[in-house]
Design a protein around this ligand. Structure first.
Ligand code: PBG
Length: 324
């Protein structure tokens, strides 16, 4: 035999010399669930590595993440039912604690921390949908100015990157125009370019109490059967001014990460979503898989598929383990 691929696998030194991909802490983004009050740290039952935290604990979490080199955080608010309405007006209200906490984080940590927002109506919507609902229908063009208003308030609060997760048509353009008109041309947009109508968002909706009150999200989130449609979304996001493109979920959509990476020059991020993380935790709790090895292989597979950035609930744990 002239060719023996096993020669390049014979020792760990050689294996590491020819290794094609590696996950680095710089690639990771940690999600945080923010609630009002103080000294709150409620573990999410269906996702026991994540907690709903009040501002004080969020600040501590960020501080300890920074010690391990973890410096990118994506923040999601849990809003009391009484503050929700059909037009998500609390999302840009000056009293919105999410905006205040973001401003405080940026005041405390400056540019040592990169803070990413969530632009979508669902945490603030009495209908639990990402768009404005009329007679059971999600009205795209009524939603756009609401998202733009929310985005501007988040830019003013100091978020570094805005993350529109709603999947309305034309929202990147609407948000970019609104930001630029107000001179927030340095605020970036990480578009949820290909966000699928997935069953793997369950624990997230438990954490934020944000499940739709009726119907599902299939008229705006993408059909899991579709791949080319992701390229249409990508083309539009690029034209409309996105700075990053996201694929969500990550693990069950590695092929989508791959084709987007091949077809754009923008950085790609992938959201390793709550249900995908929960699968690993549950299997490890049963002793069916090795927890750390499963996490490492999972994150590596997302990286290898082409993701530059990975949003994962394991980010902090992973970063901490790397240090010890
Ligand atoms: C909604 C939003 C969802 C997630 C992030 N933003 C859920 C949904 O679309 O219903 C899910 C993330 C996860 O499951 O970890 N704007």
């Amino acid at each position: 035999m002239l060719r023996r691929p096993r020669r390049n696998r014979k020792t760990e030194v050689i294996r590491s010399a020819v290794r094609e991909n590696a996950v680095q802490v710089e690639n990771l983004i940690m999600p945080l669930f923010l609630v009002g009050g103080s000294n709150v740290n409620e573990v999410v039952k269906s996702l026991p590595i994540a907690s709903r935290m009040s501002e004080d604990n969020c600040l501590k979490e960020i501080e300890s993440g920074l010690k391990f080199g973890l410096n990118k955080f994506i923040m999601f608010p849990a809003i009391p039912e009484a503050l929700k309405d059909s037009v998500a007006s609390h999302s840009y209200h000056p009293d919105n604690f999410y905006l205040k906490v973001a401003a405080n984080i940026k005041r405390n940590f400056g540019n040592d921390v990169c803070l990413i927002s969530d632009v979508a109506m669902d945490p603030y919507s009495s209908d639990g949908h990402d768009g404005y609902v009329e007679n059971g229908e999600i009205i795209n063009d009524v939603t756009l100015p609401i998202l733009a208003e929310m985005a501007l308030a988040q830019a003013q609060a100091g978020f570094d990157i805005l993350g529109p997760s709603d999947m309305m048509d034309g929202r990147i353009g609407a948000i970019r125009t609104k930001l630029d008109e107000a001179d927030y041309y340095n605020t970036s947009i990480m578009s949820y370019t290909a966000k699928y109508a997935s069953c793997f968002y369950g624990p997230f909706r438990d954490a934020l109490d944000s499940a739709p009150k009726s119907g599902d999200k299939k008229t705006y989130q993408m059909d899991p059967a579709n791949k080319k449609e992701a390229l249409i979304e990508a083309e539009l996001d690029e034209m409309e001014g996105a700075d990053f493109m996201m694929v969500k979920p990550a693990l069950h959509y590695l092929d989508i990460i791959h084709i987007l990476k091949e077809s754009t020059n923008l950085p790609i991020s992938a959201y390793h979503v709550s249900g995908e993380c929960a699968l690993l935790i549950a299997a490890a709790q049963n002793g069916w898989i090795d927890y750390h090895k499963a996490i490492d292989e999972t994150l590596l597979s997302i990286k290898r598929a082409g993701a530059d950035l990975i949003i994962t609930y394991f980010a902090k744990e992973w970063a901490e383990r790397r240090m010890i």
